[in-house]
Design a binder for this molecule. Structure first.
Ligand code: ARG
Length: 468
């Protein structure tokens, strides 16, 4: 056995009553969460204020002690926010750091704050409050991102680009339409986060350790003071549930996946082979060896960070799996992935907004690419159906043979001579050329949700009404 390496501080002042000796230094290190849960300080103090006010109102704590507690907590808050507070690992977590400092400031009255409360309900209350704030911040970021996407979509309603399936040219679309696709995704992401917020907005405070309390507390009062919709219904569930955090990270993971797809498109579009868009200097980096390089690092990082957010979700879910009710210390591991994922998501959304707001669109390159790769072949097949009454399957077959003829002639469909087409289907007339141009192709896609420029303008207006 290695020699014991004792912590400096002796037995814990807040729970050490039955302990003779203090913890091993390694015990202190593995046990302490203050390095990360200090981020909950504002929520912790707000929760304590609400709890103390309720204890006074219910006659459980005197008005004098209640005033002392409130005044002391205000001082603690001020000390933390001004950077003067000394966080101590020997005091484990944010809850005990705040309470110990309160005791230094106001004396024995501080000991009354923890009446009818446990760190189990306190920690989870703080955590719900933190996630609620984080969801609200992320929602504001997403809304601002949607605003930029809608604005750019309107400006690019007539910009024609190739639409892809399998990353092979499929049919011409408009860039405005493409950008509005992400507005819809971000809208659903905001909806998932809002659903999560609605379900998490119940207050666990007053569940105490796990069984509730014998003190005549008023849980409605603390719930409403902290702007929760209601108290949680079951004390065991209150201290052991973390599905609100899993749900937040599940929604966050889907959002990160959506962002990674647009990020990947920016990586492709900015390549020398595509040149569809150029990112601004503000959102590009250079190479230390290759002077010509202009790298889309921010887009690549957004793409990469999706893995990190999924990792946070995965870690949290696996940590929770199989835990018996009610609280277990494993659950202290719930916070870091959530903090990291939300920080990552806020940063990613902001960077995507910046890149899209600043990017320069190369309309000529997009339009030229849209016209190549026989992108109007479907328009030709549709024309054969409409004008010659061919069944679609047969029209598809005839079009395929015309495409092969164009391929052999080394030209696009619009440049193939009429005789070459008539060799495949004698009834084809010059009217067919009207549908072979990419402008006509996109203008014809007027079905609801389609890519026609007028549709895109109407969809941008509708999206502005719906989301902004
Ligand atoms: N820091 C702890 C956590 O985040 C607080 C709860 C501790 N409760 C306990 N019974 N030891 O989970």
């Amino acid at each position: 056995m290695p020699p014991k390496n004792k912590s400096e501080t002796g037995s814990n002042a807040l729970w050490g009553g039955r302990f003779e000796a203090g913890p091993d230094a390694l015990m202190e290190r593995i046990n302490a969460s203050i390095a990360f849960d200090k981020r909950l300080y504002a929520q912790d103090i707000a929760g304590s204020m609400a709890h103390a006010a309720m204890l006074v109102k219910q006659g459980i704590v005197s008005a004098e002690d209640g005033d002392a507690i409130r005044g002391g907590l205000e001082t603690v808050l001020e000390e933390i926010e001004s950077g003067r507070f000394e966080f101590k690992a020997s005091l484990e977590d944010i809850h005990m750091n705040v309470e110990a400092r309160l005791a230094e400031l106001i004396g024995p009255a501080a000991g009354r704050l923890h009446t009818a409360r446990s760190r189990n309900d306190q920690a989870v209350t703080d955590f719900r409050l933190w996630i609620r704030d984080a969801i609200d911040r992320l929602d504001r970021g997403l809304r601002a991102f949607q605003a930029v996407l809608i604005e750019r979509a309107e400006a690019e309603a007539d910009t024609i680009m190739p639409g892809f399936t399998h990353l092979q040219t499929a049919q011409p679309v408009t860039l405005g339409h493409h950008l509005l696709a992400y507005v819809e995704m971000m809208g659903r992401d905001r909806g998932r986060l809002a659903d999560c917020r609605r379900r998490l907005n119940e207050c666990p405070l007053g569940a105490a350790a796990l069984a509730g309390t014998a003190f005549p507390i008023d849980r409605e009062a603390t719930a409403s003071a902290l702007h929760f919709d209601r108290p949680t219904a079951n004390s065991l569930d209150s201290v052991s549930a973390r599905d609100f955090a899993m749900e937040a990270l599940a929604a966050g993971t889907i959002l990160a996946v959506h962002l990674s797809r647009l990020a990947d498109e920016l990586v492709i579009w900015t390549s020398a082979q595509f040149r569809f868009v150029a990112l601004s200097d503000a959102f590009s980096t250079g190479s230390s060896i290759m002077p010509q390089k202009r790298n889309p690092d921010a887009a690549e990082l957004v793409r990469g960070k999706a893995g990190r957010v999924l990792g946070a979700f995965n870690g949290l879910v696996v940590m929770m799996k199989g835990l018996p009710l009610a609280y277990a210390k494993d659950m202290q591991e719930d916070k870091e992935p959530v903090f990291d994922a939300f920080e990552t998501l806020e940063l990613s959304v902001g960077a995507m907004r910046g890149m899209i707001a600043d990017m320069t669109v190369n309309r000529d390159a997009m339009c030229a690419a849209a016209g190549s790769g026989f992108s109007t072949a479907t328009d030709l097949a549709d024309w054969l159906v409409r004008s010659l009454d061919l069944p679609f399957r047969e029209a598809h077959h005839v079009t395929g043979r015309i495409v092969r003829a164009a391929e052999e002639a080394g030209c696009d469909l619009a440049d193939l001579p009429l005789e070459a087409m008539q060799a495949m289907e004698p009834r084809i007339t010059t009217a067919v050329y009207d549908v072979l141009g990419v402008e006509n192709s996109v203008a014809s896609r007027t079905s609801f949700g389609g890519t026609a420029p007028d549709n895109v303008r109407a969809a941008a207006t509708a999206a502005r009404d719906k989301y902004l």
